[in-house]
Design a protein around this ligand. Structure first.
Ligand SMILES: Cc1cc2nc3c(=O)[nH]c(=O)nc-3n(C[C@H](O)[C@H](O)[C@H](O)COP(=O)(O)O)c2cc1C
Length: 1015
C-alpha cells in the first residue's frame, strides 16, 4: 500500500519564485511578502527579463502577472517559457478574471490564480506554498512509482491500463507504451476485477492476493497483488501493486526440500538422532532411536529415558546429558548400556540445544551402536598381535621397504640371515644387502616391483654384515595406498645358500648322468615287476629306446632269442634278494641289432634300509668282446704255430737224414738193382714230407723267406695265367689293380703261394662256378683299424683282396679256418695247411689278414702288407753267384743230432773237405784246440746242449782266428733271433737241407771275403 502524505504535512521548502510584474510597486509588495514567508525571489518586469531570469537562475515557481507590457498577456509568455523548454509551475496574478481567460490558463497548465485585490498579498505565500507542495508530492509519487521494486499498474473502471511502471515493464517483459490501454487481464488473468459499479462507494482498503501473471512472451509466474481503489474528480480507478514471488516461492520450496532432506537424513541414518529438553524428555527421536530403545517413536516423544529403558542405563545417559548442558559444549563419549536386555556400547556425541536467544534448553545427540565395531576392533587388535608374534617368530626374513627401497621393518629372522640387528638395518637400502654386482639386476627387479608385479620373485646373492655372500630367495609383494600409489614393498627372504649348493651338486650329478655313455636305468622296486622310472640319455643312445619307450616297463624287453637264460636267472635271483650283481648278456637294440651288455644292478635303499629302487648301469661291451675274441684267436694261432714249428724242426732233422741217405743210396745203387725202386719211394716220400714241414714252418712263420722289394701287382699279373688254369673254366677271374701300387717287402714265391692257396680255396667254394676277384690297391690304415685287428699297425699298406662268390662260411667256421690241418674238405682232398700257410706267410711278411664271409654270398680275404719306405727300397737283394761244389778246406761240424752230423760229414768228405766233428759246444772247443792244422769253416747248429752255436763261435774265436761260420737250424724267425741269428743272412743253412744245398752254402761261406763278424 502506498501511503501518500497530505500536502499540509509537507514542510515549506526553500524555493526561488520568479515575480513577473511590470508594476514595480506591486512587484515590491509581492517580493516583500514572499521574502517574509522564507522564499527567495527574483523580479522581472518584462517577458524578456523573465526568460533571462529563467536562464540565469533555478526557478521553482513563476508568479505571473496577466497584464504585461511587451506581450499580449502573461499566458502568451507562459507559452513562450514552455516552448523555451522550461517546465516551471505558474500562478497567474490577474486584475480580473474572465471565464475564458481562466479556461485558457488551465488548458496551458497554469496551476493557480490569484486575483489582485486588497488582501491578495496576504494569502499569496499560502498559494505559493500549496502549489509547490502539490508539485513536490506529485514528483515524489512519480519517483516512487518509477523506482518501485514492485510493479505498479493503474487501471480505470474499464480495466484498461493507465499506469505501467518500469518494474511492471521488467516483470511482464513488456514496454509501458505497449501495455497502456490494454486489459489488465492480459497480464493478470485471474479474476479480482475492480468494482464495476460506479455507484459503489469508493473503497480504499487494499487486498493482497496470490495469483499468477503472464509475461509478454507467455511465461507464467507466481505473483502477489495488492489492489486498491480510488477516485479523483469523480473518476474511479484501481491501483495494483504486483510482486513477483517466483524467487520467494523457490526459496520456500527449497526450504521445504531442505527440511524434507534433513528429515530423510535423520530418518534414514542408522545412527540415533534425538533432541531432549532440559528434563530429558524427548522432543525428537528418529527411527534409529526408536529401534535402539525398542519402542515406536510415538511412544518415546515426551518421555524421558527413565520411563523407557533400564534404570542404570537411563542414569548413565541422564548424567551425560546434564554434563553436556552444564559444560555448554559438545561432548563425545561411549555409553555402555543395557538395551532390550543386551549389553551394548554406544558412541554418542551430545551438544547443547539452544533457543533463539542462545540459552541452553536441552541436548541434541547422535548415537551409534558400536558394540560390533568394538568387537571387531578387539578382534583386529588380537589378530594384529598374533601377526606380530608370527612375524617375530617366523623363519623367513620379514623386511619391509619404503618406496625408496629403504628398510622400515626387520624381524629377528632377518637379523639371523643378514647379521644386522634391527636398529642397524632400519634405513639401510635394499642394495646395501647385496653385492655390487647385483646392482643392475636389482634395479630391474625393483622396477618390476614398482610397477605392481606381484610375481617379482628372485633368487640372488646377498651380503651379510660380516661380508659373507649368501644366496637368498625373495618373495616380494608391492604395497599400494588407497589411491593405487606405490608406497613400498614387503620382501620375505629365505637363506637358500645350502639348498642352492645342494641343488648345484644335484644338477651337476644330473648333467653327469646325462653325459655318461653308459646307460643308467632306475626301476621302482616297490612296484610290481620293477617298472623303469628313469632312463638316461646314454641308455637311449645305446639301445635306441627313448625314455618314453621304456618308462613304466620292465627292461626284459631288451632280451631276445639268444640271450643266455642262465644270465637272466642270475639277474632274477639277485634282484629278488635285493643284492648287487653284474652279468654280461646278449641284448637287442630297438632295431633288433644284438649287443653285449655288461649290466650292473645295485639296490637303492631308504634311510631305514628298505629297498626302494634298483639302479642298473649298462655298458655295451660288444667291441671289447670282439677284440677279446680276436685276441684269443691270435693266441691260439700263436700256440699252434709254436707247436707246428717244433714238430717241423724235429721232423726236418729226420728228413735231412732220410732224404740225404736216400740221395746217396740212389747214387750208389745201380739202375738195374731191384732195391733202387724202394730207395726212390723212400726219397719221394721224404720229399713230400719236406713239403709238409715247409708248410708247417710257413704257418709257424719259421720258414726261410727270400724277401725282396716287390711290386705285388706285377707278382699278381705274373701269376694270372697259372691262376686261370687252376680255377678252371667255370670260375671267372677279375684282377683289379689300383694306380701306383706301393712296393712291399716280401718273398715273391711265397706271395704266389698265398694267391694260389686262396684261389684253390675259392675254387672249391664255387663248385658250380662264380667269380674270383683279386684286387690290389694302396690303403692307409687308421689307428682304429689297428686297434680292432691284432697285429695290424696304422699307416700305408698295400691291400691284396681276394674275394669269391662262393658258398661262404658260418662265424664258427671262420674262427678256425687258419688252424693247421683244419679242413672242411673230405679226407684226402686237402692237407688243411693251405690257409694256415697263407696266415703264416702274411704274418711273417709283417702283414695281417682279415676274413669276412657270409653264407651263400661269398668270402673275402683282405691281406694288408706294409708299404716299404723308399730308402729301404734302394737296397738291392744280392744274388748268390754259382760256386764250385767242393774244396780242400777243413770244416768243423758241430751238431747234437748225430744222424745230421754224420750225414753232413759224409757229404762234405765226399766233396773233398777235411771234416772235424763235435756234438756240442764244449766238444767243439776241445776238437779245435786239439787240431793242429787250420780250421776254415765252423758249421754249427744254433740250438745245442750246453752253450749255443753263437757262443761256440765266440769261444772259438778266443783261441783261433781266420775261420768262417755257417749256422744251421730247423728253426727260423723269432727262435733264431733269440740266439742272435737272422735267418735272412747268408751264413744260415735251414734244415732240412739237401747235399747240393749243403755243398753250395759251405762253398759260399768259405768264399766270403770277410770273416763272419757282424753277428
Ligand atoms: C634297474 C634294472 C635294470 C635292468 N637292466 C636290464 C638290461 O639292461 N638288460 C636286461 O636284459 N635285463 C635288465 N634288467 C633285468 C630285467 O628287468 C629282469 O629283472 C630280468 O629279466 C629277470 O627277471 P625276469 O625273469 O622276470 O625277466 C634290469 C633290471 C633292473 C631292476
Amino acid at each position: 500500500m502506498i501511503v501518500i502524505p497530505s500536502p499540509a504535512r509537507i514542510a515549506a521548502p526553500i524555493a526561488t519564485v520568479l515575480i513577473v510584474e511590470d508594476d514595480p510597486g506591486i512587484a515590491e509588495l509581492e517580493r516583500v511578502r514572499l521574502d517574509d514567508a522564507g522564499y527567495r525571489t527574483v523580479v522581472a518586469a518584462t517577458a524578456d527579463e523573465a526568460l533571462g531570469a529563467l536562464a540565469a537562475t533555478e526557478i521553482d515557481l513563476i508568479l505571473l502577472d496577466y497584464q504585461l507590457p511587451d506581450t499580449t498577456d502573461g499566458l502568451d509568455l507562459y507559452v513562450r517559457i514552455k516552448e523555451a523548454g522550461y517546465d516551471v509551475p505558474v500562478i497567474l496574478v490577474t486584475g480580473f478574471s474572465s471565464e475564458a481567460t481562466l479556461i485558457r490558463a488551465l488548458r496551458i497548465g497554469v496551476r493557480d490564480f490569484v486575483t489582485k485585490s486588497v488582501e491578495y498579498l496576504d494569502y499569496l505565500p499560502d498559494a505559493v506554498g500549496r502549489v509547490l507542495g502539490e508539485i513536490h508530492t506529485a514528483q515524489q509519487l512519480a519517483s516512487i512509482i518509477a523506482s518501485a521494486q514492485d510493479a505498479i499498474i493503474g487501471t480505470g473502471l474499464d480495466r484498461r491500463i493507465t499506469l505501467f511502471n518500469p518494474a511492471a515493464e521488467q516483470m511482464f517483459r513488456c514496454p509501458g507504451v505497449r501495455a497502456l490501454g490494454r486489459l489488465i487481464t492480459d497480464f493478470i488473468p485471474d479474476q479480482f476485477s475492480p468494482a464495476t459499479d460506479a455507484s459503489e462507494p469508493v473503497r480504499f482498503e487494499t487486498q493482497t492476493l496470490p495469483t499468477r501473471g503472464v509475461r509478454q512472451d507467455g511465461d507464467e509466474f507466481p505473483l502477489e497483488v495488492s489492489v486498491s481503489f480510488g477516485s479523483t474528480g469523480g473518476q474511479r480507478y484501481c491501483t495494483l501493486i504486483v510482486r513477483d514471488v517466483t524467487e520467494r516461492e523457490r526459496m520456500a520450496a527449497e526450504l521445504r526440500r531442505t527440511n524434507e532432506l534433513l528429515a530423510a537424513v535423520v530418518e534414514g541414518t542408522t545412527d540415533a538422532v534425538f533432541v531432549k529438553d532440559r528434563d530429558g524428555r524427548y522432543l525428537l527421536a528418529n527411527s534409529a532411536t526408536a529401534s535402539f530403545i525398542g519402542r515406536p517413536a510415538g511412544e518415546i516423544l515426551g518421555h524421558a529415558d527413565a520411563d523407557l529403558i533400564e534404570a542404570g542405563s537411563a542414569g548413565v545417559m541422564r548424567d551425560n546429558d546434564q554434563f553436556v548442558m552444564k559444560a555448554d559444549r559438545a561432548v563425545t563419549s561411549e555409553e555402555p548400556l543395557v538395551m532390550g536386555g543386551q549389553h551394548r556400547t554406544f558412541s554418542v556425541t551430545k551438544a547443547p540445544y539452544r533457543d533463539a536467544s542462545g540459552a541452553v534448553i536441552g541436548v541434541i545427540g547422535i548415537s551409534r551402536d558400536v558394540t560390533e565395531r568394538n568387537r571387531l576392533a578387539t578382534e583386529r587388535d588380537a589378530l594384529l598381535a598374533r601377526l606380530r608374534l608370527q612375524i617375530e617368530r617366523m623363519p623367513l626374513g620379514y623386511v619391509l621397504f619404503d618406496a625408496d627401497a629403504r628398510v622400515i621393518e626387520w624381524n629377528p629372522a632377518a637379523e639371523r640371515i643378514f647379521g644386522h640387528a634391527r636398529h642397524q638395518a632400519l634405513g639401510l637400502s635394499g642394495f646395501d644387502l647385496a653385492p655390487p654386482a647385483f646392482r643392475s639386476e636389482g634395479e630391474t627387479l625393483l622396477g618390476r616391483i614398482r610397477s605392481g608385479d606381484m610375481a617379482a620373485h628372485s633368487v640372488n646373492d646377498n651380503l651379510t654384515r660380516d661380508g659373507r655372500v649368501i644366496t637368498c630367495e625373495w618373495h616380494n609383494t608391492p604395497l599400494l595406498d588407497e589411491n593405487g600409489r606405490f608406497i613400498g614393498f614387503l620382501g620375505l627372504a629365505q637363506d637358500v645358500t645350502a639348498r642352492r649348493s645342494a641343488e648345484d651338486a644335484l644338477r651337476l650329478r644330473d648333467r653327469a648322468i646325462q653325459a655318461v655313455t653308459q646307460g643308467i636305468l632306475i626301476s621302482d622296486a616297490e612296484q610290481r615287476d620293477d617298472p623303469v622310472v628313469f632312463a638316461s640319455p646314454g641308455f637311449a643312445r645305446m639301445t635306441g629306446y627313448a625314455a618314453e619307450d621304456i618308462l613304466g616297463r620292465n627292461c626284459r624287453l631288451l632280451q631276445g632269442p639268444d640271450t643266455d637264460p642262465d644270465a637272466v636267472a642270475r639277474l632274477r635271483t639277485a634282484i629278488r634278494a635285493g643284492e648287487p650283481c653284474t652279468v654280461e648278456l646278449l641284448n637287442y637294440k630297438k632295431d633288433g641289432t644284438p649287443f653285449w651288455n655288461e649290466l650292473s644292478i645295485s639296490p637303492v635303499r631308504d634311510a631305514a634300509g628298505k629297498l626302494t629302487h634298483l639302479v642298473g648301469v649298462q655298458t655295451d661291451v660288444t667291441r671289447r668282446r670282439h677284440l677279446e675274441e680276436q685276441f684269443r684267436q691270435s693266441q691260439k694261432m700263436e700256440a699252434l704255430g709254436r707247436l707246428a714249428g717244433s714238430v717241423a724242426h724235429d721232423f726236418n732233422n729226420l728228413l735231412t737224414v732220410i732224404n740225404g741217405y736216400s740221395t746217396l743210396l740212389l747214387k750208389e745203387v745201380a739202375l738195374e738193382n731191384p732195391l733202387r725202386e724202394y730207395v726212390e719211394e723212400i726219397k719221394h716220400a721224404g720229399n713230400r714230407s719236406a713239403d709238409l714241414t715247409r708248410q708247417l714252418l710257413a704257418f709257424s712263420r719259421q720258414q726261410v723267406l727270400a724277401t725282396r722289394i716287390l711290386d705285388l701287382s706285377a707278382t699278381v699279373k705274373g701269376s694270372e695265367k697259372l691262376l686261370r688254369q687252376l680255377l678252371g673254366e667255370a670260375v671267372q677271374l677279375r684282377v683289379v689293380t689300383g694306380p701306383n701300387v706301393w712296393p712291399i717287402r716280401a718273398d715273391s714265391g711265397q706271395m704266389e703261394q698265398v694267391l694260389m692257396n686262396l684261389a684253390v680255396n675259392a675254387r672249391d667254394a664255387m663248385p658250380t662256378g662264380g667269380t674270383l676277384t683279386v684286387e690290389i690297391r694302396n690303403v692307409e690304415l687308421s689307428t682304429k683299424h689297428a686297434a680292432e685287428h691284432p697285429g695290424a699297425r696304422p699307416g700305408p699298406h698295400v691291400l691284396l683282396a681276394v674275394s669269391d662268390t662262393g658258398t661262404g662260411m658260418t662265424d664258427e667256421l671262420k674262427e678256425r679256418i687258419f688252424e693247421p690241418f683244419f679242413t672242411t674238405k673230405e679226407p684226402g682232398r686237402g692237407t688243411g695247411l693251405g690257409l694256415s700257410t697263407v696266415y703264416g706267410i702274411v704274418e711273417q711278411s709283417a702283414g695281417h689278414v682279415t676274413v669276412t664271409s657270409s653264407v651263400g654270398v661269398g668270402t673275402r680275404f683282405d691281406i694288408y702288407l706294409p708299404h716299404v719306405p723308399e730308402a729301404v727300397q734302394r737296397e738291392e737283394t744280392k744274388s748268390v753267384a754259382p760256386r764250385p761244389e767242393g774244396g780242400p778246406e777243413t770244416v768243423l761240424v758241430v751238431e747234437d743230432e748225430q744222424s745230421v752230423r754224420v750225414f753232413s760229414r759224409l757229404i762234405l768228405t765226399k766233396l773233398g773237405y777235411t771234416v772235424l766233428e763235435a756234438s756240442d759246444g764244449a766238444g767243439a772247443l776241445k776238437v779245435a784246440t786239439a787240431h793242429a792244422g787250420p780250421i776254415h769253416l765252423l758249421l754249427t747248429d744254433v740250438v745245442l746242449p750246453g752253450i749255443n752255436g753263437r757262443l761256440v763261435v765266440e769261444r772259438l774265436r778266443a783261441v783261433r782266428s781266420g775261420f768262417k761260420v755257417l749256422f744251421m737250424s730247423g728253426y727260423t724267425g723269432e727262435a733264431l733271433l733269440q740266439h742272435g741269428i737272422r735267418h735272412e743272412s747268408e751264413q744260415f743253412l735251414p734244415k732240412p737241407f739237401s747235399p747240393a744245398v749243403l755243398a753250395a752254402k759251405v762253398r759260399a761261406a768259405l768264399d766270403q771275403r770277410a770273416c763272419f763278424a757282424e753277428l
